[in-house]
Ligand binder design. Structure first.
Ligand code: HEC
Ligand code: HEC
Length: 208
């Protein structure tokens, strides 16, 4: 009896594994901007999704759908995602989130290593608590993995938080409002640049 339960569980685990790796039909909609495997496209301003925290992807897609993110008329990038999520159901959003979180794509090699001592101090002192010492993000805090993101995208997000284009008190949830509070603490442009340089130096490509 015990053996057959175990075998059943094993079969279920294998089935779930296959299910997780099969690209959901709706991912065809995402490829033109986020790349075939969700590797991102900096020219289009579309961030990398592959290897991002699943819980974070899920909350962000639901946030776009319900207007918690992408609500501001000054946010053309967010407007694109609002249009995309308008046609997705919640179960499709869940499948897409787990699919992209499980994709492993290689980061492009970086030309130079931009390690910044000032950035390290700010990051390890202010950001690591929520985003992890290596920028890996935490599922239980629903924080993104920053180490996979490109610098221009992060810069735009920090600017958006600062301006209330993202995380604004009238629209956002408490997580967005939190992050806006942090962005206000690094409003100084040179500090922001230093911290972004440090985060990009944490990327997998540079670690090798
Ligand atoms: C027309 C281009 C376009 C298409 C199609 C598109 N996206 Fe996006 N996506 C973007 C852009 C641009 C952003 C950045 C938004 C911003 O700056 O706030 C983005 C942001 C996101 C984010 C937030 C990521 C983060 O780190 O916060 C998620 C999640 C996402 N897209 C998932 C998807 C999925 C899943 C699909 C397909 C169902 C999809 N996108 C289709 C352009 C697109
Ligand atoms: C109190 C916890 C907390 C701290 C501290 C914190 N963050 Fe965040 N951060 C979050 C959360 C939660 C989100 C997602 C918020 C949302 O839903 O908009 C986020 C989002 C972000 C994003 C957007 C990423 C994306 O994929 O769109 C960037 C960039 C970011 N944080 C950078 C930083 C930097 C740099 C610092 C340090 C100066 C920092 N964070 C400190 C909690 C935190």
């Amino acid at each position: 009896m015990k053996v057959s339960i175990c075998a059943g569980l094993l079969l279920l685990a294998v089935t779930l594994q296959v299910w997780a790796e099969e690209p959901p039909v709706q991912s065809a909609m995402c490829m033109s901007c986020h790349g075939e495997k969700g590797q991102g496209n900096a020219l289009l301003g579309a961030p990398r999704l592959a290897g991002q925290q699943a819980d974070y992807l899920l909350t962000q897609l639901l946030n776009f759908k319900t207007g918690v993110r992408g609500y501001d008329p000054r946010d053309p990038y967010g407007a694109q995602m609002r249009a995309v999520t308008a046609v997705l159901g919640e179960d499709e959003i869940e499948r897409l989130s787990s699919y992209y979180a499980n994709q492993e794509v290689q980061s492009p090699e970086r030309v130079e290593l931009k390690h910044s001592a000032e950035g390290e101090k700010i990051y390890q002192g202010t950001c690591a608590y929520c985003h992890g010492p290596k920028g890996e993000g935490f599922a239980h805090l629903k924080t993104p993995r920053l180490s996979i993101l490109d610098g221009a995208y992060m810069e735009r997000q920090l600017e958006n938080y600062l301006q209330g284009i993202r995380g604004g008190e009238d629209h956002a949830d408490e997580l967005g409002i939190w992050m806006r509070g942090i962005a206000l603490q690094i409003a100084d442009e040179s500090e922001r640049k230093a911290v972004i340089d440090y985060i990009t130096s944490l990327s997998v490509a540079n670690a090798r």
